[in-house]
Design a protein around this ligand. Sequence first.
Ligand code: NAD
Ligand code: 3PG
Length: 416
Amino acid sequence: MSTARFPNPSAPISLQEPIQVLLLENIHASAEKLLAAEGFVVERLAGALKPQELAERLRGVHLLGIRSKTTVPEEALAHAGGLLAIGAFCIGTNQIDLPASNRHGIPCFNAPFSNTRSVAEMVIAEIIVLTRQLFDRSREVHTGQWRKVATGSHEVRGKTLGIIGYGHIGSQLGVLAESLGMRVIYYDTMTKLPLGNSRSAASLGELLAESDFVTLHVPATASTHMMMGTAEFAQMKKGACLINASRGTVVDIGALAQALRSKHLGGAAVDVYPEEPETNSDGFLTELQNLPNVVLTPHIGGSTEEAQESIGREVATSLIKFVRSGATTGAVNFPQVEAPLIPGTHRILNVHRNIPGVLRDINRIVSDLNANIHAQVLSTDANIGYLVMDLDQDVSAPVCDAIAGLNSDIKTRIVS
Ligand SMILES: NC(=O)c1ccc[n+]([C@@H]2O[C@H](COP(=O)([O-])OP(=O)(O)OC[C@H]3O[C@@H](n4cnc5c(N)ncnc54)[C@H](O)[C@@H]3O)[C@@H](O)[C@H]2O)c1
Ligand SMILES: O=C(O)[C@H](O)COP(=O)(O)O
């Protein structure tokens, strides 16, 4: 059984209790199944929590699971002395204060490509829906109007798809679009391998000027904040369509609504918004409502049963591996260590401030107890060091106590 020592005196929690897991935002049951099979106690909620409520709910919680809607600010982490790790059961991790989480010794894991295909398939559907104005025709027939028109409807074959952000989703989408006969260009701040016949545009401006469809697949960062506004829409071809299934902060919604109302753009499909409801029972308003040829979806790009089931398994597995062995492979904000457990040894995990002399202090503590270090792996970043140490004698409790007394200590935990 494991014991944990945490620097936050307000919430010392012993891992001798069962591991407590809080899963928010309707995380797939595949995660609960794996976590419960480990003997962890899992509480699953349907919606997101506001930061204040989250801070209160985190007391006594060892593992937190969220999706894109739960903001995890430093204030919530500061009160969560027992929190060992966070699982983002999605791709984006912009909703978590990652530097603060790192400073508090809390690794964050995500599922970097379990919903990639789902997003790419939805965007392909939207390209065709937009170019054939299918939702408008469908609404008309639903309300008894028969408007059989070809004007403004086109095939996608031979049209140009401009992909902004040629990462996992963007590049997968490019492959699917080429199979429909589309010409694919992309713009990315990193040099990327062009798949198929796609090619890199020399600039964002060139991509905007050449594309019949512009689709966004960038993360929410300072460089992508409002990257599509009035000036960028003006650079797009008349009648071109915009698709945003990345993050709501990337597009100026007011400017998009104006470009649609003025008929400069021929349509848009939007899946993500600057402000999104926390639960399915909350209402929602956006300036884009009721504009012609505008497809609005409630952030469902990654919401397929296949993706959610796979994400549930992937992130739950990372969390379990971290609890059981301290493995941080794949953590988005943490030094990476993955060392196999060695039978007959006793593992201690230590997160410390990255200052000189920490390893010397820890090794002296071990040596003063006449123990031998069987294996020791240290990985660091600018702020913290993460040490995995296997001892050949069971002196973990006194070693842990002594390490917790060092002024460098952030989090120390006995694994076995
Ligand atoms: N709608 C949904 O349900 C849904 C589902 C999954 C992911 N997403 C969003 O999609 C984003 C992209 O996912 P991904 O898996 O393809 O990520 P990724 O990290 O594989 O790719 C992102 C690409 O954007 C590029 N990039 C970053 N800043 C840029 C900039 N200023 N200009 C141009 N390119 C830039 C990066 O270099 C990278 O190649 C995620 O961060 C997430 O926010 C949304
Ligand atoms: O980042 C992601 O993977 C997507 O935005 C999906 O988020 P969700 O799990 O909240 O639907």
